[in-house]
Design a protein around this ligand. Structure first.
Ligand SMILES: Nc1nc2c(c(=O)[nH]1)N[C@H]1C(S)=C(S)[C@@H](COP(=O)(O)O)O[C@H]1N2
Ligand SMILES: [Mo]
Length: 198
């Protein structure tokens, strides 16, 4: 019998390339704190607001006109499932934020329906995050955040806001929806930062 305790990574997890305490799934579970908001590509928009109140918005057509990438990444949910080698298509946040002038260190991500999640701005840059609109070669399904969601695979999946609608750039950190309810502020799966205090 294998005994897994905190701080020790089980051999099966390590062999599978999984962060501690995670198991592999081939399904794609749906985790939403509320109903799926009825967002269409016609009414989709994404707005970045800087700490100075400057706003930049992209329509769906604007998003489609930007260079896309096809990242293949592992995703890790705090409820312990992980999926390896998931394939997406989307626009890098580096592209969207290239011309945005800011000195802010933090970002609050906003979604249609009211969900929020916070993270350091640097975790959205340097090829680490995308606005994703295809999964596995198909348009992103509404339950998984379609038409478009944030994808930040190096953090627990609650940071990957579905139905993403905007980014607020902030000089000071503020907790988002789950962070306010006791989830870890940062959420690194490799350091098993599930809950406040981990
Ligand atoms: N807008 C929004 N984004 C969200 C959530 C949510 O409830 N609302 N749940 C988060 C959580 S806790 C997880 S694990 C993932 C789940 O994404 P999935 O349903 O595509 O698996 O979305 C994250 N993004
Ligand atoms: Mo989650």
């Amino acid at each position: 019998m294998a005994v897994f305790s905190r701080g020790f990574q089980g051999r099966r997890e390590r062999d599978a390339g999984l962060p501690p305490g995670q198991y592999l799934t081939d399904d794609f579970p749906v985790l939403s704190a509320g109903p799926t908001p009825p967002v269409t590509t016609e009414d989709w928009s994404f707005t970045v607001t800087t700490e100075a109140g400057e706003r930049t918005s992209w329509s769906w057509a604007d998003l489609m006109a930007l260079p896309a990438e096809e990242p293949t990444v592992d995703i890790h949910c705090v409820t312990r499932w992980s999926k390896l080698g998931t394939t997406w298509r989307g626009v890098s946040l580096d592209v969207l934020l290239a011309d945005v002038e800011t000195a802010a260190d933090y970002a609050m991500v906003h979604s249609s329906g009211g969900y929020t999640t916070n993270l350091p701005l640097e975790d959205l840059l340097d090829g680490k995050a995308w606005i994703a609109y295809e999964f596995d070669g198909e348009p992103l399904e509404p339950v998984h955040g379609g038409p478009a969601r944030l994808l930040v695979p190096h953090l627990y999946f609650w940071k990957s806001a579905k139905w993403v609608s905007g980014l607020e750039l902030l000089p000071d950190d503020e907790p988002g929806f789950w962070e306010e309810l006791g989830y870890h502020n940062y959420g690194d799966p490799w350091r098993e930062q599930r809950y406040d205090g981990d």
